[in-house]
Design a protein around this ligand. Structure first.
Ligand code: VNL
Length: 390
């Protein structure tokens, strides 16, 4: 009798436990954040993770009756790892949203999983134009490389730069940068006289820069992913290329806010085009930069952090708009067309392309309060991805 009572009590307890965890499950909204937290692109993962945590600290974790749970996973920047992790997050953890994606091949590797499971995939970093076309469940809050490249190709020939050598990382965004810069520069009457590509993994820029020095163009246009800019800058200066009269220009990935202040005065006056500068002069951005630095031992947020921060905004507001319903299709619909002020300036998610539309700024490296910043001096407003308007 005693034994049976005990068994029954245990069964009831177990059943109750099961019910609570099922309830917790139903009341939880899970975001699976896949980032390169180790390896060559670790700074991108660090920036984005810090930004998502800041967003949650500022906005709370209770939205529309749900408790938001962030599950952070390190893919080491390896597409196969990202794919496996995405599968586990969808099947085992039953995440409502997949987010992050530090490199283009990673975003592309995960896209079929987003499609099959009808899970929104929020791209916070990767920037090759084609990515949003890899799945109807993809939304992008980072930027597109053609946006940056075209802005620079419009600025350069108006500023005495006619003959250019391009130097890009040899994969998706680099190929986009090379093509969109060249097409637009040529259209504007300039000329790309040589196109060089360096490997993404463990690049040695020295032989390429030597070649550029011999060719002696008006300018060298560079795209390298976030985290690689300082190495390019160092070798460019060590070879005295600036003194030889070769200007250094590029997408803003080159003068990355994550590294810029340590690049030294040789970086002064370098002009780049990009959607975000930590020096963007808006009240919202000042607040964002201050809060980010305070929460991260003085680390300056870069454009990756902003992609992550805005990605969280898009997810939170989709959850709010759908009144806590976590279904992929409803969330996706609520992500499309969102328009808001970002630390970068005004932005919106084009409902047709699911891609980001925002301002492109021309910026020059200057010293402010003893520190190096990308100071914005011109703007092209509300730029769509040029890769989608061909
Ligand atoms: C990509 C584009 C990655 C721009 C980056 O840094 C970047 C990409 C990691 O699409 O792979 O700055």
């Amino acid at each position: 009798m005693k034994k049976r009572l005990f068994l029954t009590a245990t069964a009831v307890a177990v059943a109750a436990l099961g019910a609570t965890s099922a309830m917790a499950q139903a009341d939880t909204f899970k975001i699976g954040l896949i980032l390169p937290l180790t390896g060559q692109q670790a700074s991108t993962g660090k920036q984005i993770e810090a930004a998502t945590r800041l967003y949650m600290a500022q906005n709370g974790v209770n939205v529309a009756g749900k408790k938001i749970e962030l599950i952070v996973k390190d893919d080491g920047g390896i597409p196969d790892a990202s794919k496996r992790i995405a599968q586990e997050l969808v099947v085992n953890d039953k995440v409502n949203v997949l987010a992050g994606f530090g490199l283009t091949p990673i975003a592309l590797a995960v896209a079929p999983i987003a499609t099959q499971s009808k899970t929104p995939q929020v791209i916070m970093a990767a920037a090759t134009s084609i990515i949003t076309e890899a799945s109807p469940y993809i939304i992008r809050t980072s930027f597109t490389i053609p946006q940056s490249a075209v802005a620079m190709a419009d600025w350069a020939p108006k500023n005495g730069i006619k003959k250019v050598v391009t130097l890009v990382s040899d994969y998706g965004p680099g190929i986009d940068a090379e093509k969109f810069f060249k097409d637009r520069l040529t259209f504007n009457g300039g000329q790309v006289i040589e196109s060089l590509r360096v490997p993404l993994r463990g690049p040695d820029f020295a032989p390429f820069l030597q070649k550029v020095r011999d060719i002696k163009p008006d300018a060298l246009f560079v795209f390298v992913p976030s985290g690689a800019g300082a190495a390019v800058m160092k070798q460019f200066l060590e070879r005295g290329m600036d003194k030889a009269g070769i200007k250094l220009i590029g997408t803003g990935d080159l003068t990355d806010d994550d590294q810029l202040n340590d690049m030294g005065d040789g970086a002064l006056n370098v002009v780049t085009s990009h959607h975000y500068s930590a020096a963007h002069p808006s009240a919202l951005n000042k607040k964002f930069v201050d809060a980010f630095e305070k929460a991260n031992k003085g680390l300056r947020p870069n454009f990756m952090a902003v992609g992550g921060y805005d990605g969280m905004r898009v997810i939170y507001e989709a959850l709010r708009a759908t009144k806590g319903a976590g279904g992929g299709d409803a969330l996706l619909a609520a992500m499309k067309g969102q328009i808001f002020e970002s630390p970068r300036g005004p932005m919106f998610i084009d409902a047709q392309t699911r891609d980001v539309v925002h301002n492109m700024y021309l910026r020059k490296v200057e010293k402010k309060d003893g520190k190096l910043y990308n100071v914005e001096f011109d703007v092209i407003k509300d730029m769509k991805d040029p890769g989608k308007t061909r």
